[in-house]
Design a protein around this ligand. Structure first.
Ligand code: NAI
Length: 332
């Protein structure tokens, strides 16, 4: 079956890693017509909007996108394209599987957990104002609707994937109302899933436990900002930002992207590790019913990583992005 999918190369290392992943998907024999759309700095430099309407329309039409990272200027400039896209398409769930990969040097050899991040509100509501000069307020918005929806997603994901524990991560000792509401929605949902153990941990202690005993965790459920921070920490446990994929999921739309950003320090040098986006693409292939190709790519990736000859610089090797993609294609 042929598929039409929106491709957003994005900024920085985005075009390099998307090019590599598109080649690998092609080598696996999946027929995809890519609708390419600019975003972020690249779109602005070409005289467009950072989040063009044509991009949003394309994802609405195709229901699926593969996305490279997009620059978000710090403290000025356009607002986050990533946040804008997630809101425009109501991609309320961010799923970030974190697992050890064969042949990837990491702190823990047998890690397998899933981070579920609420993707539409919290401090990402973008509601900020100056009360008086020298006093700024950034609003953390937590709603019952969004919290219940993401809690259902986390428990449902656990049930369908044979996972046995969901941990609600919070700071409700301080934000008694906002995080308190998030937790009460999770507790309520837990009652509908009696076979799954539900527990709660404060976010700071969660970070400490994650770096010492990550095997304590199975599914981590958390509001937007904690999810952003803790998922980078989790990436560090299994080899870094180059090896963790993610999916932004809504009711009937999905955008697959790596956890990492545009990596300006290595952009344009053919140095980036495309594994993170490749893992996102494997999730995408499963999502569109191309499970067999997803399995072939996963196996080819494992072969190349274990073999060690085409290891990128972040994993201690000297292979370029292109050489890594060549190696995976050759195995396929
Ligand atoms: P970053 O993730 O781009 O880079 C952090 C470090 O990890 C850098 O040293 C980089 O070289 C390394 N790294 C990241 N991905 C890698 C890969 N695939 N292979 C090898 N090394 C890799 O984070 P940073 O520097 O904080 O953000 C840069 C820009 O990216 C910012 O504008 C930020 O807003 C944006 N960003 C975009 C995201 C998205 O589009 N989903 C997510 C995170 C950040």
């Amino acid at each position: 079956m042929a598929h039409t999918i929106t491709l957003i190369p994005g900024d920085g290392i985005g075009p390099e890693v998307t090019r590599a992943v598109v080649r690998i998907i092609d080598a696996a024999g999946v027929r995809i017509t890519w609708e390419q759309e600019d975003a972020g700095q690249t779109a602005v430099e070409r005289g467009g909007d950072p989040l063009p309407a044509s991009l949003v329309d394309s994802v609405r039409r195709n229901k699926v996108a593969l996305k490279g990272p997009v620059t978000t200027p710090i403290g000025r400039g356009f607002t986050s394209v990533n946040v804008g896209l997630r809101k425009a398409l109501d991609l309320f769930a961010n799923l970030r599987p974190v697992f050890s990969l064969p042949g990837v040097p990491a702190r823990f050899g047998d890690l397998d957990l899933v981070l579920v991040r609420e993707n539409t509100e919290d401090l990402y509501s973008g509601l900020e104002h100056e009360v008086v000069p020298g006093v700024m307020v950034s609003m953390k918005v937590i709603t019952q609707t969004a919290s219940t929806r993401i809690a259902r997603f986390a428990f449902e994901h656990a049930r369908r994937n044979g996972r046995t524990r969901v941990t609600g991560v919070h700071k409700a000792n301080i934000m008694k109302m906002g995080d308190g509401l998030f937790l009460s929605c999770a507790r309520q949902m837990a009652k509908e899933y009696p076979e799954i153990t539900y527990d709660e941990r404060i976010v700071d202690a969660t970070c400490m436990h994650l770096v010492m005993h990550p095997e304590m965790f199975d599914v981590l459920l958390m509001p937007n900002l904690y999810g952003d921070i803790v998922s980078d920490l989790c990436a560090g446990l299994v080899g870094g930002l180059g090896v963790v994929g993610s999916a932004n999921l809504g009711r009937d739309m999905a955008v697959f992207e790596a956890v990492h950003g545009t990596a300006p320090d290595i952009a344009g040098q053919d140095l980036a590790n495309p594994t993170a986006l490749l893992l996102s693409a494997i999730m995408m292939l499963q999502h569109i019913g191309e499970g067999e190709a997803a399995t072939s790519i996963r196996q080819a990736l494992a072969t190349v990583l274990t073999d060690g000859r085409a290891r990128t610089r972040d994993l201690g090797g000297a292979a370029t992005t292109t050489a890594f993609a060549d190696a995976v294609c050759a195995v396929l």
